[in-house]
Design a binder for this molecule. Sequence first.
Ligand SMILES: C[S@@+](CC[C@H](N)C(=O)[O-])C[C@H]1O[C@@H](n2cnc3c(N)ncnc32)[C@H](O)[C@@H]1O
Length: 280
Amino acid sequence: MTEVKEHYAAPNLIERIDQALVAAGKSPDSLQLADLTPIDEFHLRGAMATNELIELLDVSQGNRVLDVGSGLGGPARRLAAATGCHVTGVDLSEDFCLAGNELSRRVGLAEQVNLEPGNAMQLELFESSPFDAAWSIHVGMNVEQKDSFYSGIARVLSSGARFLVFDILSAGSDDILFPVPWADEPAHSFLATVDEMSALLKAAGFTIERTVDQSAQCLAFLDELFERMKQEGSPPALGLHVVTGPSFGEAIRTVRRNLVEGLVVPTVIHARKSERSSVR
Ligand SMILES: C[S@@+](CC[C@H](N)C(=O)[O-])C[C@H]1O[C@@H](n2cnc3c(N)ncnc32)[C@H](O)[C@@H]1O
C-alpha cells in the first residue's frame, strides 16, 4: 500500500495546478467545473467516460454515493453537480484529497463533495450508515487483495445499490508493458481478467448486470489525444502531467501499446449489491 501511496504522491499540488491554470489563461479564483477537466479526470476517456457513468449510476438529490479511489475528485464533482447527490470520496493520497477539496470549494461544491484520505480496504472507518450507490474508476489495477476490497465496498452499500467499476483489465497474459500510469513496474500492478472480476464481485455479494468492453472507444480517445498533441507541438499547459509529473507522457503511450497489442481490456462492469447478500 505504501508503494501505491508513493506512486501517487503529488507535493504542492494545488500550487502547481494554480500555475498551470494561469498558464492556460484561467483564473484560479473563478473556476468552472469544465476548466478542471484536463487535470481532474484521471482515467481513460476523461469526462466523456464519467458522463456515461453518471447516466448509468442513476442517482438523484438526497442520495449518498461512495467514490472508491476518488483521486483529485473530478468524477465526484461532476456527479454531484449533475445530480445534486452527496459524494464521499476515499483515496490513499492525502495530496489528492487536499487539493481536490480545495478545488471543490472553489467551484461551489464543498457541501456536496467530501474527499477523505484513507485506505479503501478499511471503509468501515468512514461511514456508519449505508451508501445508496458507489463507483470505482481505474483503482482496481493497484489493488492486490481484491476479494477484501470488493467485499468491503459491498458492506457499506444498501441492499440493491448500484456499483460501477471502470478498470483496465488483463486480456489474459501476465505480461503487460511498463511503465503505465498506475505503476512503473510489474510488482505494483494487479490486473484481473473479466472472468476473475466477475467471480470476485459475485463472491463479494454483487450481481453482475453487464460487462462492457471499452477498448475501441479508449483507443480512439488516445489516438485523438496524441494527434492533438502532435499538432500543438508540445504538451498543453493543463493536462495530467501537471498532477503526475513529466513521466505521464511515456506512461500513457504505453497504455496505447498495451491496447494495440491486445494485452489489456478497459472494461465497465455494471453491478448491484445482491438483495439477499450475506455480506455484512
Ligand atoms: C488512476 S487514479 C484514478 C482516480 C479517480 N478515480 C479518477 O478516475 O479520476 C487511481 C487512484 O486510486 C487510489 N487508490 C489506489 N488504491 C487505493 C486504496 N487501497 N484505497 C484508496 N485509494 C486507492 C490512488 O491513490 C489514486 O488516486
